[in-house]
Ligand binder design. Structure first.
Ligand SMILES: *Cc1c(COP(=O)(O)O)cnc(C)c1O
Length: 366
């Protein structure tokens, strides 16, 4: 067959290890597994979303309303924008795909930070686009600006808070940066963890309203993280009308499910669930800091719902992740990101305690 030549170099995204694999290989009971590898909400599904899924189960046989009117109205209300500024995707991942596929081919260049979400590179490579990265450890807007001037990329990715390192950019710095980018370059602001970030420090909070009047910027949000709906595959992009209208040309009809829409709409309005999640995250993040201090581990300042430990000396992330997995604890090894580090989703107090205990045992006997 005649596949695109450039597809042979394409890496396949390694998602957090599925629970089924763990169960099968170590004979651990499903209820004993502690899943801290994919930045899901440790509180689970919002009660209101669960209710909606049950209530509307009969609608699984019908196609959704393809205009996605209800969820767009809810999002428009929440963010004080218009419904026509919104596109809905099967996860915000799909919006990234639309953006990259709408622009990239072998003559185009995509700029991103050195250690950032793996899917940016994968979508760019699907189109055989050139990928350039800043060399700083964290996002550095000065370096981004410099590389923008030098290489004139067609797309710039900013991930704030950044997965997998956890750093965030200040709103004022983002706005100044956007000011210096001309309209022929699309800036994708991936804000998958923005709710957590805004709760921690408002100086780092960006809102779709800030960018919706700019011609070349899109804000991405998701229901997979704080809204507890990773399994429902729904996310969104928010930008000016013209950009959203263009992206809609790439959207397949019915790209999200009827029940995902119902669940997302319910979760969006469940402030009690969201507040509990935010509170648990920030409180428990302190426990992770204490743990790191006690065991002299380097932990990065995080604005998301996860923390990243940079490992030193003889500590090896592949080995540590494997040892934790044998005991039913799933965390994310960052070797594929070029780092000797592990990323741990902040769980419920009980889950975190068990992680601390098992991790301490591993460190003591290393
Ligand atoms: C989780 C995540 C997403 C999107 O996830 P979806 O489930 O596709 O909505 C996007 N960007 C980053 C940085 C993420 O961590």
């Amino acid at each position: 067959m005649n596949f695109h030549k450039h597809l042979s170099d394409l890496p396949t995204y390694q998602a957090g290890k599925p629970l089924e694999d763990v169960i099968a290989s170590y004979h651990i009971l499903p209820e004993d597994i502690i899943k801290l590898g994919s930045n899901e909400n440790p509180l689970g599904v919002a009660p209101s979303a669960k209710e909606a899924i049950i209530k509307y189960a009969n609608l699984a046989s019908v196609y959704p309303d393809d205009s996605y009117r209800d969820i767009k109205e809810s999002l428009a209300n929440k963010y004080q924008i218009q419904a026509q500024n919104i596109i809905i995707g099967s996860g915000s991942d799909q919006i990234i795909e639309f953006c990259v596929h709408a622009i990239c081919d072998s003559t185009k260049t995509v700029l991103m930070a050195q250690h950032t979400f793996a899917m940016y590179e994968i979508y760019a490579k699907q189109c055989n686009a050139k990928i350039i990265k800043t060399t700083d450890f964290f996002h550095n807007l000065d370096s981004m600006r410099e590389m923008y001037r030098m290489y004139k990329p067609e797309i710039i990715f900013l991930c704030t808070p950044n997965n997998p390192l956890g750093e965030a950019l200040k709103r004022i710095d983002i706005m100044e940066f956007l000011n210096g980018i001309s309209a022929d370059c699309l800036v994708i602001l991936d804000c998958a963890y923005m709710e957590y970030c805004a709760y921690k420090d408002l100086d780092y909070a960006v809102s779709p309203k800030d960018i919706v009047n700019l011609p070349n910027v899109i804000y991405l949000g998701t229901f997979s993280k704080i809204y507890g709906l990773g399994g429902m595959r729904i996310g969104y992009g928010i930008a000016n009308n013209a950009l959203i209208a263009l992206l809609h040309k790439l959207r397949p009809p019915f790209n999200v499910t009827t029940l995902s829409l119902k669940a997302a709409n319910a979760a969006l309005l469940d402030t009690d669930f969201i507040n509990k999640t935010l509170d648990n995250n920030l409180t428990q993040m302190q426990e992770y800091r204490k743990f790191a201090e006690k065991y002299s581990l380097e932990i990065l300042e995080s604005y998301g719902n996860f923390v990243t430990f940079l490992l030193h000396n003889k500590l090896n992330s592949i080995k540590i992740v494997a040892l934790l997995l044998q005991q039913g604890i799933v965390v994310r090894d960052l070797t594929s990101y070029g780092l000797n580090a592990i990323r741990v989703t902040i769980g419920m107090p009980k889950q975190n305690e068990i992680f601390f205990q098992k991790m301490a045992d591993i460190l003591d006997s290393y």
